[in-house]
Design a binder for this molecule. Structure first.
Ligand code: PSU
Ligand code: MN
Length: 307
């Protein structure tokens, strides 16, 4: 581990990430909320390890990001990853509470928004995840819109995801991204994917067919001085998908129990994911793992293409 000499921010780079940065090798950031709040142990840590291995196979270096006892970690050593995956009282930190977790020496898992902030600070241009947060169904009443969308608008990181989960209002999510100037590019498909399903029923705003084209698009944005992030939607592989019609049934039931149990705020996304896991007898988790792995593969290719 390389302890940064900055007296300002407690930040630590994992050995592998520090070495990669020293030789200017491509690095792919990974979030940790998906580990602590998105999947049960031990499947969560198995997923985290396999995603890291896929990024290495793709010629890049993985940097899983988390706050551990007040220190911002850019890359976790294997024992740290294992320990985090087993913990049950980890904060879920987004833009609003990333600094809080550090200042109060807490342990926090970073969401897409907080991971983007940390990645940008560490000069990491590409980040792989499962699904982003978005505009929740019923947002016109609840005002529940993920801070991930605002972060995509302001922080220059390429986020590779499998679209937005159909537990969200996908049309409104795409509208907000358009308003905030975030390019939404579906990889090799005309339709925007819906996480577990390849097709959300909506046309993708933009489409690109190679990692080189994505890297070139980002270069052109830089040349124009356009800041902010971009979203790459990578449809789940066909053999792993669960159809939209089938998911819609489970989503309806999960949303109904969230309403019955009065779940609000940060607890909403983890609650729905867990409810759907049970409703599908664990099949949603198999799909979730497959799509994150698929995104890690593409993110490594993009990071390599950006060199
Ligand atoms: N999607 C998943 N699993 C997750 C999340 C999203 O399949 O764990 C997490 C991500 O970290 C995302 C966060 O940034 O949920 C969004 O939460 P909220 O809607 O509270 O902003
Ligand atoms: Mn929310």
């Amino acid at each position: 581990m390389t302890r940064s000499i900055s007296p300002l921010l407690p930040i630590v780079y994992a050995r592998e990430v520090a070495a990669a940065k020293a030789r200017n090798a491509p690095v792919v950031a990974l979030e940790s909320t998906i580990i602590t709040h998105g999947m049960p142990y031990p499947r969560n840590v198995e997923m985290a390890r396999s995603v890291e291995a896929i990024i290495r196979d793709g010629g890049a270096v993985p940097a899983t990001i988390a706050v551990i006892e007040g220190v911002l970690h850019i890359g976790l050593e294997p024992e740290q990853l294992e320990k985090l995956a087993q913990m049950t009282d980890v904060m879920k930190v987004s833009r609003a509470d990333l600094a809080f977790a550090i200042a109060e020496r807490r342990t926090g898992a970073t969401t897409v928004a907080a991971t983007m902030i940390a990645a940008a600070r560490a000069n990491i241009a590409v980040f792989a995840t499962g699904g982003i947060g978005g505009v929740h169904r019923g947002a016109e009443e609840s005002f529940d819109i993920s801070a991930d969308l605002e972060e995509l608008a302001r922080t220059p990181v390429i986020v590779v995801c499998a679209g937005a989960k159909a537990i969200l209002d996908i049309p409104k999510t795409l509208e907000v991204l358009e308003t905030r100037g975030v390019p939404v590019i579906t990889y090799d498909s005309d339709v925007f994917p819906a996480f577990w399903s390849r097709d959300s029923g909506l046309k993708s705003p933009l489409k690109l067919e190679s990692p080189a084209a994505i890297a070139n698009f980002q270069k052109t944005r830089d040349q124009l001085g356009i800041d902010g992030g971009m979203l790459i939607a990578n449809p789940v592989p066909e053999e792993d998908e669960i159809s939209r019609e089938e998911m819609e049934i489970y989503i309806g039931r999960a949303l109904a129990s969230a309403e019955r149990e009065d779940v609000t705020g940060k607890a909403v996304t983890p609650f729905l994911l867990d409810a759907i896991y049970h409703l599908t007898d664990g099949r949603s988790l198999v799909t979730n793992i497959a799509l994150v792995e698929n995104n890690a593969r593409l993110a490594a290719e993009i990071a390599v293409a950006m060199l």
